[in-house]
Design a protein around this ligand. Structure first.
Ligand code: S3P
Length: 428
């Protein structure tokens, strides 16, 4: 699907909501599937990734009904051996979390994904799981899927992640539920903590300190009800758009305000944007409104320790960098090479195609104030790159065409409709 976006001549004004959080939706469905009894999850994310999680659960014998955005899961502590390969589609979260949940089961399963996911590194999950006793095999010594898992008894362990990753941390915590003894995980820098919060919500006490999280095996979660907050990573595209279109004022309602997801707001504030939060709820996840008002932006430096708190927002922040005076520096963002596409190269290619200035130095990226012109851009099958391209197009002089936009279905199928509702000229 090709989408044409016109430069935005008028301020973006109004109030929007975004779909339920993708990360929380995956975790809630998986946790509900483990709980004996019926759980209900409201505002389940409508994207293809969270559907992949449900399709895998169905093959594992977990029944569910999804009506509009309300997911009802009839969980069971015992899952069935799947008679077919489990396909995680484009979803790294589905694959990594299921690795943790399947490694300690008493059956055989195979996990695969689409062409992009089959090239994404899995050793970061497979190697620590093997230390717990897992038997997982795949291409390149088990780094690439398809991955074959022969369930084995697991032993708890103490593990320090070399690179902060919520997916790896969560996979190990899930595996820890099925392991004998205690599993303790620590990270070089904090990453999103939705798994920890949801485990507590389902009655599974876990020990948390600023430096580690610890779970005891052999316990089952209780069934639960949950209202998923709006996804701040989806909101980030609209918020950044409002920051770069002069005169804009935008309210994002009922969105997740978990601090482990809001690093991008801190960066935009440092760059000069006016951003206010209204918190309506604290537990199990903070939820509220975000009000953003456009102001002139200035470059800043995103430090390595901040990266896990804004990992998915780096591409769109780079667009804000191009529209800011001075330089936006992003330090230690090499992980972007291992996302749904090579996002580090993707950002540079996108900005260069628009006549912008961006340069990679090792694992760092420098984006310098630019005057963008309309162009022909490619999403490369990556939902966040398609949405980043649309935001950049608003600030360009002249129309932009973005190829391969169907991938926005992965996280936010109505993305272009929402953009149009704010007065942006978008056509297919
Ligand atoms: C996610 C964690 C992040 C993020 C991904 C979703 C999660 O990945 O990029 O989109 O739901 O835990 P990493 O754990 O690889 O940093």
């Amino acid at each position: 699907m090709r989408v044409h976006v016109e430069p935005q001549q008028r301020p973006l004004q109004g109030a929007i909501t975004v779909p339920g959080d993708k990360s929380i939706s995956h975790r809630a469905a998986l946790l509900a599937a483990l709980a004996d009894g019926t759980s209900r999850i409201h505002r389940y994310n409508p994207g293809a990734d969270t559907r992949s999680t449900l399709a895998c659960l169905e093959k594992l014998g977990v029944t569910h009904i999804l009506q509009d955005d309300v997911l009802t899961v009839h969980g069971a502590s015992t899952w069935q051996e799947p008679t077919d390969v489990l396909n995680a589609g484009n979803s790294g979260t589905t694959m990594r979390m299921l690795l943790g949940l399947l490694a300690g089961r008493d059956f055989f399963s195979v996990l695969t994904g689409d062409a992009s996911l089959r090239e994404r590194p899995m050793a970061r999950v497979v190697l620590p799981l093997k230390r717990m006793g897992a038997d997982i095999r795949g291409r390149q010594q088990g780094n690439l899927s398809p991955l074959a898992i022969t369930g084995k008894p697991l032993l708890g362990m103490d593990y320090h992640l070399p690179v902060a990753s919520a997916q790896v941390k969560s996979a190990l915590l899930w595996a820890g539920l099925f392991a004998q003894g205690t599993t303790r995980v620590s990270e070089p820098h904090p990453s999103r903590d939705h798994t920890e919060r949801l485990l507590a919500h389902a009655g599974l006490g876990i020990e948390r300190t600023p430096s580690h999280v610890e779970i005891r095996g052999g316990r089952a979660p209780a069934s639960f009800c949950l209202e998923v907050p709006g996804d701040p990573s989806s909101a980030a595209f609209f918020i950044t758009a409002a920051c770069i279109v002069p005169g804009s004022e935008l309210l994002v309602q009922d969105v997740g305000l978990n601090p482990t997801r809001l690093g991008f707001l801190e960066v935009l504030k440092r760059m000069g944007a006016k951003i206010q939060l209204q918190v309506h709820q604290e537990e199990p996840e903070p939820v509220g409104n975000i009000l953003v008002q456009a102001r002139a932006l200035t470059g800043t430096t995103i430090k390595r320790h901040e990266v896990p708190l804004l990992i998915d927002e780096l591409p769109v922040l780079a667009v804000a960098g191009a529209m800011a005076s001075g330089t936006l520096a992003m330090e230690g963002i090499g992980e972007l090479r291992h996302k749904e596409s090579d996002r580090l190269q993707g950002i540079v290619d996108l900005l260069h195609a628009l006549g912008g200035r961006a340069r990679v130095c090792g694992d760092n990226l420098l984006v310098t104030e630019s005057s963008l012109k309309g162009s022909l851009l490619h999403a490369h099958g990556d939902h966040r790159m398609a949405m980043t391209a649309a935001v950049a197009a608003l600030a360009a002089q002249g129309p932009t065409t973005i190829c391969g936009c169907e991938c926005v279905n992965v996280s936010h199928p109505a993305f272009f409709h929402e953009l149009a509702s704010l007065g942006v000229k978008v056509s297919c």
